[in-house]
Design a protein. Structure first.
Length: 317
């Protein structure tokens, strides 16, 4: 495994991708999370680009990271180059007859229960050869990944206020609290969405005025539900996903002042003039009866993994 210092022939897509995500997300930490690599790896890629261009590009400021004059001029160019890298990879895949890549990013619950069955069903009925992948990202990361062609479709909250994206509702659900009994001042057991300020789970906890010390974060919803079934506290759950456990008597829905709360899943893609054809086909599939059935009754779920972007923007090359 070579670090960025091994590149001596000029700037790389690796370095530009790291710079774009740090600039768009506002921190090395957020960029590392989006790329599914370590913070030192992102810092090293950014440092190599700074050395090559002789400019700090992006520096800490009072409100977060601030672009230098050179960084501000580089950002739109770097974004275009990352997008072209994605298009280049797609062109080469097509030339050698490889399946078309479809990268779906989703909030934890959708990634755990819904995304993989949807991709499998779409691939089975598609006339094209499709290589689908899905992974977890936070709400703030979705727009950046879509704009830079590091993901094709985002499933989760509505991404409003961005003219370059189309965010459409595809499913309506209900958020509830589940446990074995109602208790005063319970611990709240959540999946990683509980740490995402933009998530429905975080909004619910804020409405209930739950302090941070009474929140426990688990790797996924299934683990949080298991802890709730053991009497460790109340778990946040989507009613239709947790229904089988409620029906078996493992959990019961516990009333709170803020639940049930309606949530809507949205599918977000680039605007039609920039949207990859396969992303458009998948979006249309989400409106079919088959897709609706999967979203209603997806099965037991699989442990979600962090989204892994295409290799050309990973930091370890």
């Amino acid at each position: 495994m070579r670090g960025p210092e091994a590149h001596t022939g000029g700037m790389t897509l690796t370095q530009l991708g790291a710079f774009v995500l740090v600039a768009r997300l506002g921190s090395v930490k957020e960029a590392a999370r989006a790329l599914n690599v370590s913070e030192p790896a992102v810092s090293q890629a950014l440092a190599a680009l700074r050395r090559h261009l002789g400019d700090p590009l992006i520096v800490p400021g009072r409100g977060g990271m601030t672009l230098t004059e050179g960084g501000a001029r580089l950002l739109p160019i770097a974004s275009q180059m990352v997008v072209l890298g994605a298009e280049a990879e797609g062109a080469v895949r097509a030339a050698r007859g490889a399946p078309e890549a479809l990268r779906v990013v989703a909030v934890p619950a959708i990634a755990e229960f819904v995304a993989t069955p949807l991709l499998e069903a779409f691939g089975a009925r598609s006339s094209r050869k499709v290589e689908g992948s899905a992974g977890v990202v936070g709400g703030r990361e979705m727009a950046v990944l879509l704009h830079n062609r590091l993901a094709d479709v985002a499933l989760g909250p509505r991404l409003a206020g961005d003219r370059g994206l189309v965010s459409e509702p595809v499913f309506r659900a209900s958020l509830v609290a589940v446990g074995v009994r109602a208790v005063p001042r319970p611990l709240w057991l959540v999946d990683p969405s509980g740490t995402d300020p933009c998530s429905e789970t975080s909004l619910l906890l804020r409405r209930l005025k739950v302090p941070e010390e009474r929140i426990r974060v688990y790797p996924n919803q299934t683990a949080a539900w298991a802890a709730a079934a053991d009497g460790d506290g109340l778990a946040v759950a989507l009613a239709h996903l947790v229904a089988p456990r409620v029906q078996r008597g493992e959990l019961r829905v516990v009333a709170t002042p803020a639940t049930p709360a309606e949530v809507r899943w949205h599918a977000t893609t680039l605007a039609p003039d920039r949207r990859p054809p396969l992303a458009g086909a998948f979006r249309r599939f989400l409106g079919t009866a088959d897709a609706l059935h999967i979203m209603r009754s997806p099965g037991s779920g699989v442990p979600p993994s962090r989204f892994r972007p295409p290799v050309y923007v990973t930091i370890w090359s």
